[in-house]
Each structure stands twice: as structure tokens, then as C-alpha cells.
Write a protein that binds this ligand. Sequence first.
Ligand SMILES: O=c1ccn([C@@H]2O[C@H](COP(=O)(O)O)[C@@H](O)[C@H]2O)c(=O)[nH]1
Length: 272
Amino acid sequence: MNRNEIVAHIEETKSLLCVGLDTDLDKIPTHLLSNEDPIFAFNKAIIDATAAHCVAYKPNTAFYEAYGLEGWKSFEKTVSYIKENYPKHMVIADAKRGDIGNTAARYAKAFLDTLNCDAITVAPYMGKDSVQPFSGRKGKWVIVLGLTSNPGADDIQKLELSNGLAVSQSVMDSVASWIPNDELMFVVGATRPDELAKIRSRYPETFFLVPGVGAQGGSAAEVVEAGCVKGIYGLLINASRGVIYASSGDDFAEAAGRAAEKLKMEMAGAFA
Ligand SMILES: O=c1ccn([C@@H]2O[C@H](COP(=O)(O)O)[C@@H](O)[C@H]2O)c(=O)[nH]1
């Protein structure tokens, strides 16, 4: 999926929303638990209810790995379901991988080739040889952690280096010199809109995956204000719990659809 296709889909749906499929058997409606594959049954209902209001899905691998082989099967079925039924929607494996080059190449093969995701999140701490193996696949994206949404981002990412740059800033500069812009995105948290605006001015043409809306307190409207770029938009704004657990009752899918639509409306400033 190339940049023009992502932008065209954003314009068609009038949405920047990415729905996070962080599916937890302790949180899904109990009536689904008798299903042969409750995770997939939940995901399928959520996807069908939200597809009209979003442009991407982001299953976080932790929620699938937690259930071993069965979880991986649910992950694979979820990716295939999106690909077959909603081929314009981007599938982001939120796996936050990072290892020596030889191993990183296998992570890249696993998520981008075998599982056929469009993108994978990557932790850049181990440097160039750990990030570059994810690059070079036509239509696939490497989404590198820039400035994350959690409080712990202050512990290391915000430390100031002797050149006056924050660690996160210096890391993003390096990553941007390793990976071509048409296959690179940065993760930038929604919880720090002022920081997001500064990062946007440093990378005016790079797409950002922005988690932290809803359950973590970030606002979709503020993210649009701080980071949207005329013409390319440049944002995929993620919400997971705030959408998929909008209701724990029989109406869970309809409630997720309504929550996704509400978030889409909060992003209207991008299309004004
Ligand atoms: O900086 C980051 C990077 C990744 N995440 C992930 O995004 C979702 C957010 O879930 P919510 O329920 O909408 O809070 C989750 O998968 C995180 O692991 C992030 O939150 N911040």
C-alpha cells in the first residue's frame, strides 16, 4: 500500500482513524467465549462495524501472543479477513521488534511477508542494522518509535544530549537517514500535542502513527491541529480500548461503530 493509496483512502472515508485490535478475552462480551475462536469472532464483528469510519487496523501482537498458538491463529485470521474484505485498509502489526540484523530480517519476513501485514512497528534502540532489514519491500511500511505516548517516555526519550537534541529527536533524525520517507512512519504519542507539533515541523512530509487517544487521555482534534499536513494529511490516529470496548453488552459491535464514527467526526478539522 503506497502513500497515494493511503491518502486516497483517507479522502474517501474522511477519516484518519486506526482502530487498535487489542483483544483481551477478559474484556470481550462473555457470550462470545463459547465461540470456536472468540478473539476472531470479536475482531470480525468490530471490523465490520468500524470499517466505514477508519483507514487502518492495528492488532497489537501482545494480545495474541498471550494465548500462544491459538492467539497466533487468531492474528493470522484477522489479518486475512481484513485483506480479503477491506483491501484498502492498512494492517499494522504493532510488534515493536528490534534485534541484530540477522534476526530483524526474520521478523520482517514473519510480519511483512508470511503474515502479509502492511506495516510493523519497530523499536530503534539497537541501531541501523536492526531497523534497515524491515525496509525495501514495495508498499510496506516501517513504523519506528519516535516519541511514545506513555509517561515513561520522559525516562530516556526526553533526555537532552550534549548537542541540545532530545534522545528521541536524535534517534528520529538517524532513522530518517536510514529509511526512505515513502516507507517510513514515526510513532508519536497523542498525549503530548505540543511535542507532536514540534516533531511535525521537523518532518513535514512523514506520516505519524499517533496512539494515545481516548483511554490514555489524548484528543483526536488536538492531534489534527498539531500534526495534520495539507494535501498529505500525514496522520494515522489510533484508538484501541476507547473503540473496541465501547460496550461490553450484546451491542458491543454497534457501540464500537458509534465510537469510531465519533472519533472520525472529531478529526473533521483535517478535511475543512
Ligand atoms: O507510544 C505508544 C506506542 C504504542 N502504543 C500502543 O497503542 C495502543 C493504544 O491503546 P489504547 O487502548 O488506545 O490506549 C496499544 O496497543 C499500545 O500498546 C501506545 O499506546 N503508545
